[in-house]
Design a protein around this ligand. Structure first.
Ligand code: ATP
Length: 351
């Protein structure tokens, strides 16, 4: 268990920065999740920490020690890959023992550690199986045990759940998080799945095009996104676009929307669906507009209602599914209302 620090870490391929000037400080026992779209540099960053990719600039410290130029086997990291990367011809137990044999750990100690690590992921009864005789979830747990058996100071998880089906993913997600917390192991996980990120992280890092856009808790990223990209990537938003002047956005469709933040000029206001009220009569709110229901999605626990407010403006409301409550239909004339706390951002991006 150790603190992990990245100081100005970059990876350049010719003129292209796969990762640029990354500063991260991961506390002992913390689970930090790198979140971002494909190609944003998450894996590159993780592989630099593991020692598989050489940084172009910057410093990596584990437990205060500069390990930037240590080879992978000389830094105390355990890496779990998306595709498990188990040795197919070795049994589960031998897969785990391999790294310890490389490190010349004594045989009896190897047996004990392998047994302990398999017990940790509840697979001690499958020690003699080959990987192909295991389910995907079991293989992923073996991969996790293999990373933990060398007792790394830092655990690195590269999209560890992406090959599992939805139900199994949730199970393994809870298991990994519980184990990580029980062992108190400093962990960095990479994912592009925001639900996975939100449910597992102590803190999240949102990346785009090789750069860190924002670091913070789930609540910070959701309530106070620094830019339009983060607002669109963490949670859902409807964006109304127009020109902002003194807290009022005039949309291209002619609405005047009260909002918070945002510099004067071209701007987009992010409206969270669960904060929009849709009703037949105008609700009391700082922003209320008449509109027409365009589409209704019945999701079980909630109902998404897409309301057209003008030829250019659409907002989505997430209504709670109240027993016996009113269910809007496409074509209904309604009102949509929300507060002035919806955040506006400079409209410089195309997402
Ligand atoms: P994904 O979720 O798709 O794995 P990612 O966020 O992990 O994406 P990286 O794999 O870190 O992204 O890649 C970041 C960028 O660096 C991509 O544009 C990728 O094409 C580029 N890149 C990665 N490795 C190399 C390489 N060896 N040579 C050139 N470019 C590379």
């Amino acid at each position: 268990m150790a603190r992990l620090q990245l100081e100005g870490l970059s990876k350049r391929y010719n003129e292209f920065y796969a990762a640029r000037d990354i500063h991260l400080d991961v506390a002992e026992g913390e689970m930090l999740v790198l979140l971002g779209p494909s190609g944003c540099g998450k894996t590159t960053t993780l592989r630099m920490i593991a020692g598989f990719v050489e940084p172009s600039e910057g410093v990596i410290r584990i437990g205060g020690e500069d390990v930037t130029w240590h080879p992978p086997w000389k830094r105390s990291t355990g890496l779990v890959f998306q595709n498990y990367a188990l040795f197919p011809h070795l049994t589960v137990a031998r897969n785990l023992a391999f790294g310890l044999e490389m490190r010349r750990v004594e045989k009896s100690e190897i047996d004990r550690r392998v047994h302990d690590a398999l017990a940790m992921v509840r697979l001690d009864h499958l020690a003699d199986r080959l990987p192909r005789q295991l389910s995907g979830g079991q293989q992923q747990r073996v991969a996790l045990a293999r990373a933990l058996v060398v007792r790394p100071d830092v655990l690195l998880l590269d999209e560890p759940l992406s090959n599992l089906d939805a139900k199994l993913r949730e199970e393994v997600r809870i298991e990994i998080r519980a184990l990580q917390q029980r062992l108190g192991i400093t962990t960095v996980m990479v994912t592009h799945d925001q639900e996975e990120a939100l449910s597992m992280a102590d803190r999240l890092v949102v990346m785009k095009e090789g750069e860190v856009r924002q670091i913070g808790s789930q609540q910070e990223l959701y309530e106070r996104p620094v830019d339009r990209f983060v607002a669109s990537f963490v949670g859902r938003s409807s964006f109304l676009r127009g020109r902002l002047a003194d807290g009022i956005l005039r949309t291209e469709g002619g609405l005047e929307v009260r909002c918070s933040d945002g510099p004067n000029g071209p701007a987009a206001v992010a409206i969270r669906p669960e904060r929009v009220t849709v009703a037949r009569e105008a609700p009391s709110a700082e922003n209320v507009f008449p509109g027409e229901v365009e589409h209704v999605s019945y999701l079980g626990g909630s109902i998404d209602v897409r309301v057209r407010l003008s030829p250019k403006d659409v907002v989505v409301a997430q209504m709670p599914n109240v027993e016996g409550g009113w269910l809007p239909q496409a074509g209904d004339r309604v009102h949509a209302g929300w507060s002035a706390s919806a955040k506006a951002f400079a409209d410089t991006e195309t997402e």
